[in-house]
Design a protein around this ligand. Structure first.
Ligand code: ZN
Length: 403
């Protein structure tokens, strides 16, 4: 019988992440009346009525309790789009006051949520929206980037109490100094590219240059500390074109067409599942912008699409995780090896720092049998896999119902 490490926790086909960009202490007064309307808020209004965080919880997450969300937070004063904005935008650092700190901290402490790093201001505004320069494109040296990251991490630390373990480039934009600044700042994981953008003819600076989907949609590493690069593989808006499409057809024909179109759209997800690749669904927390345009994708316009995606995944063997949970499992998997002592005994070779973390093992035998752990606890192996804590000592395979 062969024993292998599972690619993903719990022998899942794919890890599934909902990644929401630009949760920040910011809001845009789109109605110019000083009151909060749905979609205006980026996090400034916390969990109030009409706030985006409440909308996310009540309109999307409520029916998917297993789903985990990684929020990417610009920690300082998130800038708008224009030097002379058309709409008033209120923006504060995430540690502006006790109430703000409490709000952001409570999100990070929720077991289904994680706050990741997304720069300080997000960048620099210009005369027009197209003149916007993204944060990591502003730095003219590694030291300049490191300096800003240090200031940003201080703010994060002030609110959360620990350093952020991962993050994402603002607008997926980087320059020749960027990767080294992430590497040297001690991040465990990062999102560098809008990987899915390649198929839409996106620019190399934003999408990277890996055109092979089997590697482009999988975990990579970069830098001297082997930072884990989590790919961005799916837009939360994929079903919008189908769900909002108006046709002149009526009744059954319309329903059949809709079904076919949805299946056609969902093939992006099917491909990722079939090849055990990362399913990371990308969104923004709000559509509002101070230039009056709409930010997309966003959780308001994509509510039905998101619900469609997560309903589709309900009966699939997937692992719902945050960015840090994914990175931790990948590190564990890459540092543990199965050493066979004999047919029925094995040990898990590992550096001491990985002890007691849970690794998933799969076996070539599919019927139910047991494993006796080094601490004599007996665990069932079902459907050919088991989740085992990494321990010092021998694990024994017990066949034929011996207990
Ligand atoms: Zn952003």
């Amino acid at each position: 019988m062969s024993i292998e490490l599972c690619k993903w926790y719990n022998n899942a086909r794919s890890p599934v992440l909902l990644m929401i960009d630009d949760l920040a202490n910011t809001w845009v007064d789109t109605n110019k009346d000083g009151t909060l309307h749905l979609g205006d808020d980026w996090g400034y209004h916390k969990n109030e009525k009409n706030s985006s965080f409440r909308y996310l919880n009540e309109m999307i997450l409520k029916d998917f309790p297993q789903l985990k969300v990684t929020f990417f937070v610009p920690v300082g004063v998130r800038v708008g789009m224009l030097l002379k904005p058309l709409l008033t935008q209120v923006s504060e650092p995430m540690n502006a006051d006790e109430g703000s700190k409490e709000f952001f901290k409570s999100i990070h402490q929720h077991p289904n949520f994680e706050l990741a790093y997304h720069g300080t201001t997000h960048g620099k505004v210009g005369q027009r929206a197209v003149d916007f320069i993204q944060e990591w494109a502003l730095f003219n040296s590694v030291d300049e980037a490191l300096d800003t990251i240090r200031k940003g991490k201080d703010i994060y630390q002030d609110v959360i109490g620990i350093n952020p373990s991962g993050g994402k480039y603002c607008g997926y934009t980087s320059n020749g100094y960027s990767d080294e600044s992430i590497d040297q700042s001690g991040f465990s994981w990062w999102c560098r590219y809008w990987n899915r953008g390649i198929s839409d003819g996106g620019k190399q600076e934003i999408c990277g240059n890996d055109h092979n989907p089997l590697t482009n949609f999988d975990i990579k590493r970069f830098g001297s500390t082997a930072v884990i690069d989590i790919p961005s593989t799916l837009s939360g808006s994929i079903l919008n074109g189908v769900l909002h499409r108006e046709t002149t057809m009526k009744g059954i024909a319309k329903r059949v067409l809709k079904k076919i179109l949805i299946r056609w759209k969902l093939r992006e997800i099917t491909y990722l599942l079939e090849h055990q690749l990362v399913i990371s669904v990308q969104e923004h927390i709000a559509p509002s912008r101070d230039d009056g345009k709409r930010q997309s994708p966003n959780i308001f316009d994509d509510r039905k699409s998101l619900r469609g995606i997560f309903h589709y995944l309900e009966d699939k063997k997937v692992w719902y995780c945050t960015g840090s949970e994914l990175a931790d499992y990948v590190n564990l998997r890459d540092h543990v090896t199965v050493e066979r002592i004999n047919e029925n005994t094995f040990i898990l070779e590992h550096p001491a720092s990985y002890r007691d973390q849970v690794i998933s093992l799969k076996f070539s035998q599919y019927n139910i049998f047991q494993i006796r752990r080094p601490d004599d606890v007996i665990m069932d192996v079902r459907e050919g896999y088991v989740n085992l804590p990494v321990m010092e000592g021998e694990y024994s395979i017990m066949k034929g119902g011996i207990r």
